[in-house]
Design a protein around this ligand. Structure first.
Ligand code: HEC
Ligand code: HEC
Ligand code: HEC
Ligand code: HEC
Ligand code: HEC
Ligand code: HEC
Length: 497
């Protein structure tokens, strides 16, 4: 039997339990500190959730479990009558003890402060774009690279993907936690699926910076194209796009930004996962009146919509690629030619460049080598004169094409424009024509018109030497003498290559 006074002592008087208590306090303080930090920060960061809600609680639980475990071991020892080691007695009257106690106290405090500073730094790192874009290097590389070239390059990922507020804060933590695990387990899909299911409503992200009253009138877009012929014949279309919008105190809501929920609300149900086929639409006016448009070529009816999620239309249903845009070969090459990065006088450069981008490669380094080989072979073989006279321009063009490939094509993640439809416009993807196609009708016969002047006015079009101009608007002329565009959707022929 151990001495009397030891019998009376709590079983928690043992080193294991004491260490458990010390570490529990440390983990708890760090969790609290991080939580307050993250909660009060302006910008939210999803991945910290892994630390706050998973790793640290795991360590905390472990430390907590150790406390009774130590006590249990202690009890067994005492029952067996093993002599219990006592804690050292600290006597503050003893100068030696005093010094030792202060030194230990100082070291512990310093250690704690440094830990908190480290935690704070780590926290800021997880908030940065470097963390989102580079730490998950392979997974997010496509988005990160494309984003860096976009109008939103200075807007942080988290400002569109998370936004402020408590509810989404916790939700994003949880999904962020899941995402980190799927990356670690290499379970993520390639390409990452789009649309993003739990994206926050645009009112709380986009509208923090762009608000409906900011829009009015029209914006101008000038599109420069090059045909796939030997001369790369140029063609131009200048459009005034009726963005419209609404200034509620003064006037009516009109134009394209009419859909921004400023007056009527537009709901829709897509029948596919990428939201590219929309057979069923409902509008609700402020006085509660509903109208349902159904695609008359589909099997659905007003009362029998597809069995899928109903979405309230917001910014993302048109601007679904505001930041990480993956350009199609023809769009990217037209742009590079218009800016002079690719010499327009090289024969067939438009056609060949598009072909080079469109081919199948297994990785970016492979693409780099093959794009160069194929284009050089083409000019060497078919245009030996250009090859010798314009070698420098050919080389510059090749470098530009490789650069375009590097920022828009990511074979490692199976990412290119094809996987990520852009819903603005209707040229390469169905976009606006998902609804505005003359087939969507209400019961009383109202049709969503595809009439070419509903959304924009063409003010210039044609080849440079025969450019038509009219500020009042022109009727569309297709560069190929072919009238099929009147019946068919542009995207049925124009696939971006
Ligand atoms: C201007 C707003 C904005 C910014 C900034 C932004 N995104 Fe996005 N992102 C979106 C929208 C909108 C979607 C959803 C597209 C959809 O649902 O159709 C999206 C989708 C994604 C997807 C799903 C796959 C895809 O491409 O559709 C990933 C991954 C992604 N974003 C990563 C990032 C990363 C990493 C950054 C920062 C480097 C970033 N985003 C910055 C708006 C933004
Ligand atoms: C943190 C602020 C911020 C947020 C959030 C934000 N944007 Fe922007 N947006 C900008 C800035 C800055 C520009 C560049 C302004 C310019 O070029 O005139 C811009 C430009 C744009 C443009 C014009 C691009 C062009 O080609 O000229 C569109 C469209 C746009 N944003 C849509 C969106 C959508 C949709 C969202 C939500 C998914 C969003 N923005 C979220 C700040 C923001
Ligand atoms: C019905 C589709 C649609 C919806 C919904 C929509 N937009 Fe747009 N938006 C357009 C089109 C089309 C343009 C002009 C052409 C372009 O950018 O290619 C445009 C232009 C813009 C521009 C650039 C304007 C400029 O002056 O250059 C911004 C910024 C923008 N939208 C933000 C938003 C925001 C924020 C929302 C949600 C509140 C929103 N849009 C909702 C279709 C839409
Ligand atoms: C989900 C279906 C849907 C999509 C996608 C869609 N719209 Fe609409 N749009 C509607 C509905 C519904 C109306 C209301 C028609 C009515 O009231 O008769 C409308 C009305 C309009 C109007 C007329 C607004 C007014 O002044 O009364 C314009 C302009 C317009 N859309 C442009 C666009 C553009 C541009 C795009 C593509 C960027 C687009 N829409 C995409 C459903 C859609
Ligand atoms: C529902 C609205 C709507 C209707 C109807 C519509 N357009 Fe457009 N169109 C757009 C929008 C939005 C864009 C993209 C604007 C931009 O960014 O340049 C666009 C872009 C274009 C472009 C430039 C294509 C590009 O991306 O390079 C052409 C050309 C064009 N439209 C022709 C037509 C013709 C021809 C018709 C009639 C058959 C038509 N549009 C009907 C909304 C519409
Ligand atoms: C029946 C197929 C078909 C349809 C439908 C069609 N196009 Fe085309 N389009 C062509 C062909 C073929 C060319 C010739 C150049 C080529 O092969 O890209 C062309 C060329 C163009 C060009 C010149 C630039 C370039 O990249 O070739 C523009 C701009 C264009 N079309 C716009 C449109 C628009 C806008 C619509 C819808 C309103 C449309 N097209 C519908 C077949 C079509």
């Amino acid at each position: 039997m151990p001495p009397e006074n030891q019998q009376k002592q709590s079983y928690f008087h043992n080193w294991i339990s004491v260490l458990g208590i010390i570490f529990s306090v440390i983990w708890f303080v760090i969790i609290l500190f991080l939580w307050i930090l993250d909660f009060t920060a302006k910008e939210k960061n999803p991945y910290l959730g892994v630390v706050i809600y998973f790793f640290l609680p795991m360590l905390l639980t472990f430390s907590l479990v150790v406390i009774p475990l130590g006590a249990w071991r202690e009890r067994k020892k005492r029952l067996r009558g093993i002599k219990v080691r006592r804690f050292p007695i600290i006597d503050f009257n003893n100068p030696h003890h005093q010094q030792l106690a202060y030194t230990i106290w100082g070291i512990v405090t310093l250690f704690f402060l440094f830990t908190l500073v480290g935690v704070y730094q780590g926290y800021h790192f997880t908030e940065s774009n470097e963390f989102c874009g580079k730490l998950c290097h392979e997974v997010m590389k496509p988005e990160f690279v494309a984003y860096s070239q976009s109008p939103h390059a200075r807007v942080k990922c988290v400002e569109c993907h998370i936004g402020p507020g408590v509810n989404w804060f916790v939700r994003s933590k949880l999904s962020g936690t899941y995402q980190v695990f799927s990356v670690l387990a290499k379970k993520y899909p390639r390409p990452i699926e789009t649309p993003v299911k739990n994206l926050r409503p645009a009112q709380e992200t986009c509208e923090e910076c762009h608000w409906p009253r900011q829009f009015y009138g029209a914006v101008e877009r000038n599109h420069q194209y090059y045909m796939p012929d030997e001369k790369n014949s140029p063609w131009q279309t200048r459009l005034l796009i009726r963005v419209g919008g609404g200034v509620p105190p003064y006037g009516k809501e009109e134009g394209i930004h009419w859909h921004m929920n400023i007056k009527d609300k537009v709901y829709y149900i897509a029948s596919d996962d990428k939201r590219q086929v929309i057979p069923w639409i409902k509008t609700v006016s402020p006085d509660g009146k509903e109208r349902i448009f159904v695609d008359k070529t589909s099997k659905f009816t007003a009362a029998n919509p597809p069995d899928k999620e109903m979405r309230l239309m917001d910014c993302m249903d048109c601007h679904n690629r505001p930041s990480h845009v993956f350009k199609s070969p023809s769009v990217a090459i037209d742009e590079a030619m218009a800016y002079g990065a690719i010499d327009q006088s090289l024969p067939y450069i438009k056609r060949e460049a598009v072909k080079a981008l469109f081919a199948d490669y297994s990785s970016q380094p492979e693409a780099k080598i093959k794009i160069q080989q194929n284009l050089e072979n083409f000019y060497q073989k078919n245009y030996p004169q250009e090859w010798s006279e314009k070698k420098e321009n050919i080389n510059k063009a090749v470098q530009s094409i490789i650069q375009i490939y590097g920022t828009n094509f990511f074979p490692e993640m199976k990412v290119s424009w094809k996987e990520y439809p852009n819903n603005i416009g209707h040229w390469i993807f169905p976009g606006c024509f998902r609804c505005h196609d003359e087939n969507h009708k209400t019961e009383d016969g109202t049709t969503l018109s595809r009439e070419c002047n509903t959304c924009h006015t063409i003010i210039e079009q044609g080849a440079p030497d025969s450019l038509e101009k009219n500020a009042e608007g022109l009727s569309f002329r297709h560069p190929e003498e072919d009238e099929s565009w009147k019946e068919m959707s542009c995207s049925e022929c124009h696939e971006g290559k």
